[in-house]
Design a protein around this ligand. Structure first.
Ligand code: SF4
Length: 357
């Protein structure tokens, strides 16, 4: 695979918001209108070098080129699943990150990472076992979208890869602005879903400042169980998360979903159905049931298919829209909860590729 690397002496232009570009244009002493010309080249015309910005004067291009580069970085590896899912590996944020491309009929979804590893230590997640190794910039988040071969075919984007998006709020919000702004990619916010384990202040900021969909990892309605599964619940209990969501008028366009990994004998009982119906009452939402993908050193097990389907029916009978998420890319560890790059440098193939570049 051909690799391009960011010139470490120059700052990347890709991933900058219009406001940031306006500032740098001002700092370089260039005419004000140059800023929108630059964002057009970056996000609409998709250039890969400053030289290609042909409606900028030669002087402007030379000045820009002295300090800035476009800043795109190709993936260093790709694995393809039998079901067509592709897992891309990128070098970023002082480590490695993964993104999963998931084709599904007319829908092509990319699941992006927002951090290198994660500090949240959810019991069921491989990324959590890795710890936090670095934050991603808006450039590094959006580079996952821009630098894969399927870039033009993408219909949907989910922030459900490595990391907790709201533990890297600034970069995530910048990336959403670039994706949805008229001067940026101009995507409808309805094509984007940001997932969180419920970091309440950041979630509040997101709900107030973005129109993208929200997915909350719930996994159980009972606080004591949630604390065991997700240590974050000690700080942000379910009650606080739901109270915050209920305080926003999300209209009919914006979707809130609750992610629910169904564990055998832990959170799949009629008692859980009853409590879910009680706590979600008054929120227009859906529940996404997810099969647990076994990871090492955890006592957790996935519920069986029969119980999964029955659990879905019981929730539906309570009037809750409930779907079961298809497991994709399991054979290449691209399915939910399996993304991890902790051991990456130990893999000979990757090590070789990194050495060569
Ligand atoms: S589930 Fe999300 S928040 Fe929890 S450890 Fe994994 S990546 Fe972090």
């Amino acid at each position: 695979m051909h690799l391009k690397y960011i010139d470490s002496m120059k700052a990347p232009l890709f991933g900058k918001t219009l406001t940031e570009v306006q500032q740098l244009v001002l700092d370089l002493g260039l005419p004000k209108f140059t800023a929108s010309q630059i964002t057009n080249w970056l996000y609409k015309n998709k250039v890969s070098s400053v030289e290609q910005m042909t409606n900028l004067s030669k002087k402007a291009r030379a000045l820009l080129d002295e300090q800035y580069t476009i800043g795109l970085e190709a993936p260093i590896n790709v694995q393809t699943s039998v079901d067509g899912t592709k897992k891309y590996l990128f070098k970023a944020g002082g480590g490695f990150i993964e993104s999963a491309f998931i084709p599904e009929g007319k829908r092509n979804t990319l699941c992006v990472s927002s951090q290198v590893g994660c500090k949240m230590r959810c019991l069921f997640c491989m990324t959590g076992k890795q710890g936090l190794q670095g934050q991603l910039s808006a450039n590094q988040i959006l580079n996952q979208v821009r630098s894969i071969p399927e870039h033009e075919q993408l219909t949907n984007l989910v922030y459900m890869g490595m990391g907790e998006p709201f533990d890297n709020l600034k970069s995530v919000m910048r990336s959403l602005e670039i994706l949805t702004a008229d001067w940026g990619y101009g995507w409808s916010p309805k094509r984007i879903t940001v997932s969180t384990i419920g970091i309440v202040p950041a979630m509040k900021h997101f709900l107030e400042n973005s129109r993208c969909h929200l997915a909350v990892s719930l996994h159980t309605p009972f606080e004591s169980e949630r604390k065991m599964l997700m240590p974050v619940s000690h700080k942000y209990p379910v009650d606080d998360i739901l109270k915050e969501i209920k305080s926003h008028d999300l209209g009919r366009q914006r979707r809130v979903s609750f992610e629910y990994i169904v564990f055998k004998g832990l959170n799949d009982s009629p008692r859980h159905v009853k409590e879910l119906a009680r706590i979600l009452n008054g929120i227009r939402c859906r529940i996404n049931l997810i099969r647990f993908h076994q990871i090492p050193n955890t006592p957790l097990e996935s519920t069986d298919e029969k119980r999964l389907l029955a659990f879905q029916e019981e929730l539906k009978a309570k009037g809750i829209v409930t779907t079961i998420r298809a497991s994709r890319g399991q054979d290449i560890d691209a399915a939910c909860g399996l993304l991890s790059t902790k051991e990456m440098v130990n893999q000979e193939g990757i090590k070789k590729e990194i050495r060569e570049n």
